[in-house]
Design a protein around this ligand. Structure first.
Ligand code: 5CA
Ligand code: ZN
Length: 409
């Protein structure tokens, strides 16, 4: 699949600090040490509805990771998937009487537009589940042939017990895993499984559903976790730096993905750090396609809201926090954007050298974007009170806010 166009990332004087980030698997802060090419996989959308503010908040977090890396003068190798065939997508297509491929294409196109408008850096490889199927089939066959997977009525399941590290990503107790598995696409109640948590790797063709040639697996379609594993192994390899997604992906998705990859390769870990963004709520409940309590990025844009204000509204919350979207959140961001734009439109201003250091330090400290925003607020307030005559300052602030926060002033 094609991704979306990249917005330019201005180069800044000097160099940023190495990123420290909260890793779900260790439950604490880790200092990432990527090589000259940092590798990141971020789980993409299931395209059956438009991009909502919750999605945008999660992609914003991982966009910041990349901006910090770019500022340390590294290259970034970024991979994202599109779950363009899965139960919820097929169910929505049936409900609305539309073709599932058209639904997926339309919503993916809208997602690209939203990401472009929000100045999210595009992945180098943007891969759909359907196009990954030829790579998925041999992985499932290998897992089956080495005893890490088994067949049940034509479907193929992964045996969680085949990975000695199973459970180390989410660190949840068995009961919680079981509950979350049932809630998030698993089938712990299905009789005949070796372990109730075992996830499906390959689903035999169902009447009325799309299916593909699965070689010795027979016709069918891939399970969810193996999709991301196949794409990540193909384009990044084992031990890449960050696997990212919202906190609802820690279990089962990232737990199972890590186990699939570890069982396949005999290597550990799948990712150096598993990073999870908090959930955005609306009216007291997690914003979710299945509940329908959504604020769409595209709707806000069409209502005339500046995408830079949407981005500032996201940046005003720490990525790990759960938070609530309100009109007030957006209004505050609109006002902040106006203050910043007024401040950088003057011909001179107070020195911005310290501000650049502050933004860099805040982001390197577990992506503390709210602190970075407050630092810019302080510079803008000083500017407002006529605090300086440095001619390079407004331009430097604009470039730093663009390069590090993805906001064009
Ligand atoms: N296609 C899979 C990942 S392989 C999937 O989870 N798709 S999704 O469309 O449901 O979600 C895309 C991303 O947005 C995921 O990282 C998910 O954790 C995140 N997300 C979904 N809802 C919210 C929310 N309310 N707040 C924050 N992030 C969210
Ligand atoms: Zn995924």
């Amino acid at each position: 699949m094609h991704a979306w166009p990249a917005s330019e990332v201005p180069a800044l004087p000097g160099k940023g600090a190495d990123l420290q980030i909260h890793d779900t698997a260790t439950g604490g802060r880790v200092t990432l040490d990527p090589g000259p090419v940092a590798r990141i996989y971020v789980c993409g959308i299931t395209p059956y509805d438009a991009t909502h503010i919750g999605h945008a908040a999660t992609y914003n977090a991982f966009d910041l990771v990349q901006r910090v890396w770019l500022d340390t003068k590294r290259q970034v190798h970024y991979v994202q998937n599109v779950t363009d065939v899965d139960d919820p997508l097929l169910e929505r297509a049936v409900r609305d009487g539309q073709d599932w491929t058209e639904l997926a294409e339309r919503e993916t196109a809208l997602f690209r537009e939203d990401m472009t408008a929000l100045r999210m850096l595009p992945p180098k490889h943007y891969i759909g589940a359907v196009e990954a199927i030829p790579g998925i089939v041999p992985l499932v066959e290998r897992l089956r042939d080495c005893g890490a997977a088994y067949e049940l009525e034509g479907d193929v399941y992964f045996s969680v017990e085949s990975d000695t590290h199973f459970g180390e990503v989410s660190r949840l107790d068995a009961e919680t895993m079981r509950l979350l598995s049932a809630e998030r696409g698993g089938d712990p109640e299905r009789p005949g499984k070796k372990n109730p948590l075992d996830p499906m790797l390959w689903m035999a063709a169902r009447e009325g559903e799309p299916s593909w040639d699965g070689g010795s697996l027979g016709r069918g379609r891939p399970g969810w976790h193996i999709e991301c594993v196949a794409i990540a192994l193909d384009h990044l390899g084992m031990g890449f730096d960050v696997q990212g997604g919202g906190s609802d992906l820690a279990f089962p998705h990232h737990e199972m993905g890590a186990s699939h990859a570890q069982a396949l390769t005999g290597e550990h870990p799948f990712a150096q750090a598993y990073v999870h963004a908090g959930m955005v709520a609306l009216n007291g409940e997690k914003m979710s396609k299945s509940k329908g309590n959504l604020v769409f990025v595209s709707k806000l844009r069409h209502d005339g809201v500046d995408p830079a204000a949407i981005r500032l509204a996201l940046l005003g919350h720490h990525y790990r926090d759960d938070w609530e979207w309100t009109d007030r959140v957006l209004q505050d961001a609109v006002e902040r954007l106006a203050r910043w734009r007024a401040a950088v439109s003057r011909p001179d201003g107070p020195s911005a050298d310290a501000l650049v250091d502050e933004i860099r330090a805040a982001l390197a400290d577990d992506l503390d974007a709210p602190s970075a925003l407050r630092a810019v607020d302080r510079w803008a307030a000083l500017q407002q009170s006529g605090g300086g005559t440095r001619e390079d300052a407004p331009g430097l602030v604009s470039r730093a806010v663009d390069a590090l926060l993805g906001v064009a002033l």
